[in-house]
Design a protein around this ligand. Structure first.
Ligand code: HEC
Ligand code: HEC
Length: 490
């Protein structure tokens, strides 16, 4: 698909290659000793509940109160994976840069299909990812370590334009809060006050401040390194959700009392689970089972990592040629390995046109323009490393109350204030239910944090739905994708 259309581009490209790695363009690189002492490996990362593999179609019993749950979503990031030798020295696993699941030193694991309850998650499709692929030096190893989540710098990128998998929908709060490093969502099935309520685990950084991507700082990064003993060339990594929930009462929402240093029960919780914020007592238990101390812990738990273990796997070592995969995110030598979202993606600048739903070429309403890909994350393509015509600043799709029929003529109102009196922009959806713009309406926000508030109504102004929390990116479909739609109450 991507070609060097102009000779000059190719020449410029070769010159760059020459400068950086002193290879002549066009000559085939012969396998060097640097690559042959390495091997390509694929490490299985299993998610289980006890001995059973995590499956969106199954129900499970979790916690000390034996709660029946059905999964809704399970995804998490690992980064900085290293193999450990007997003498304690470490070798970094160079991850395959596949433009989808792995970038830099970060890999996403995704166990959410679109079956059963998981259809309601933000995981965009039925695809799962249960392995990490990379290249490691041959040798003998006695252990593996990896960070659960992301380093502090990566954690505060703008997800809308970050490279895959750092733009995976629903894995991000905001620049300030950063990513949901672990996203585990369950629905409670057991009879009682919690029946049919969600139990959400969103593990990430909290207590964050600052007002630019460079200055964000979180007092609670909640980062952790997991170290496991065993031969990583003959093992896979297992995350056991039953172990993660050891000691937890799933149906009770716990709160911390910092004065009495005790955990109490919230009688009418709006959300059950652990959102990583101080005062969320359930996190104390889940964090302890990861070996992580919760900030301002009051429950007296001793952190001890038990959720992750190694299991014997004969499929771990592959015989593939390590030079066949790309491990350096910045080498753009192989055109086939330039995928959408990748650093090496070459966008045709002719695509950078100004357009907006409702303009003369893109009529809105019932007879309007028929745009495409309703419900998908528009920004995955309509961005500087993608093929979409127009660089979207705002985009998404509005649905009816059934959350499956797109609505034409719905109004998406962007406000400068929480009282919703100061309207910055009103978009009217097109025939496909989509709205989009390439204009920088965010620049018109004058409130201190440059945040906006949203209401969505039908064409007649009724059926209003409000987003309670303000946002700083207009990429609505980055969060509202998969089963988590923007909808009007009609
Ligand atoms: C998989 C990549 C991809 C996704 C996802 C995607 N687009 Fe596109 N879009 C394109 C490409 C490529 C073009 C240009 C070629 C074409 O017209 O099909 C385009 C063209 C358009 C156009 C026509 C612009 C013009 O004037 O011709 C509109 C409008 C549009 N997209 C809106 C959206 C909206 C809204 C979303 C999300 C709901 C979206 N797109 C999601 C790739 C994508
Ligand atoms: C960073 C993620 C994110 C972005 C970006 C985002 N939303 Fe939301 N939205 C959420 C979350 C989480 C909720 C539920 C909590 C709340 O209301 O704040 C929500 C709730 C809503 C609701 C209310 C849903 C209900 O059932 O009551 C509407 C309407 C909505 N969003 C519209 C939008 C529109 C329109 C945009 C873009 C202009 C947008 N959102 C951008 C995450 C996001």
């Amino acid at each position: 698909m991507l070609k060097f259309n102009r000779i000059s581009e190719l020449l410029a490209y070769c010159a760059l290659t020459l400068l950086s790695v002193a290879l002549s363009c066009g000559k085939k690189e012969s396998p060097s000793s640097a690559t042959t002492d390495k091997q390509l490996i694929e490490i299985p990362f299993r998610a289980t509940v006890g001995d059973e593999d995590f499956d969106c179609n199954k129900n499970y019993t979790l916690g000390t109160d034996n709660t029946q749950v059905q999964p809704k979503d399970f995804r998490y990031f690992v980064s900085d994976i290293r193999f450990i030798r007997a003498d304690g020295s470490k070798e970094t696993l160079e991850l395959e840069q596949d433009g989808k699941w792995q970038t830099g030193n970060v890999a996403l694991l995704d166990y959410a299909t679109t079956d059963a309850n998981c259809a309601k998650s933000t995981s965009p499709d039925s695809e799962t990812r249960k392995v990490v692929r990379g290249v490691i030096k041959r040798g003998e190893y006695t252990g593996i370590e990896f960070a659960l989540g992301l380093d502090d710098k990566t954690n505060h990128l703008d997800s809308a334009t970050a490279q895959p998998p750092l733009n995976n929908p629903g894995m991000w709060w905001s620049w300030k809060g950063g990513y949901k490093e672990v996203r585990l969502e369950l629905t409670i099935l057991s009879d009682g006050a919690a029946k049919n309520k969600d139990y959400l685990v969103h593990h990430g950084a909290t207590n964050c401040s600052g007002n630019s991507p460079e200055t964000y700082k979180c007092t609670h990064e909640n980062n952790l390194t997991v170290t496991l003993s065993g031969n990583p060339l003959a093992s896979g990594v297992k995350f056991d959700i039953a172990k993660y929930f050891e000691g937890e009462k799933v149906q009770e929402e716990l709160t911390q009392n910092l004065t009495t240093r005790q955990l109490g029960v919230v009688s009418n919780p709006s959300i059950r689970g652990c959102m990583a914020f101080v005062l969320d007592g359930d996190c104390e238990i889940l964090f302890a089972n990861l070996g992580l101390t919760f900030k301002d812990a009051v429950g007296g738990f001793t952190p001890s990592q038990k959720a992750f273990t190694l299991f014997a796997s004969t499929t771990t070592t592959q015989n593939g040629d390590p030079s066949s995969i790309k491990t350096d995110a910045n080498t753009c030598t192989d055109e086939k390995k330039r995928s959408v979202g990748d650093n090496c993606y070459l966008r045709d600048t002719a695509l950078n046109v100004n357009l907006e739903v409702g303009d003369s070429n893109h009529a809105s309403g019932a007879n309007g323009f028929v745009s495409h890909n309703a419900g998908q994350a528009c920004i995955s393509c309509h961005q500087s490393k993608g093929p979409g015509k127009g660089l979207h600043t705002f985009s998404g799709t509005v649905y009816k109350a059934d959350q499956s029929t797109p609505v034409a003529g719905a109004k998406v109102r962007i406000y400068n204030d929480s009282a919703r009196t100061n309207l910055v922009k009103e978009f009217v959806t097109d025939k496909s239910g989509n709205f989009y713009s390439t204009s920088d309406y965010l620049a018109q926000l004058t409130n201190a944090n440059k945040e906006y508030w949203v209401s969505v109504v039908d064409s007649d102004g009724t059926g209003e739905k409000k987003m309670m929390s303000p946002k700083i990116t207009g990429q609505c479909s980055q969060c509202h994708v998969g089963g988590q739609r923007i909808w009007i109450n009609k």
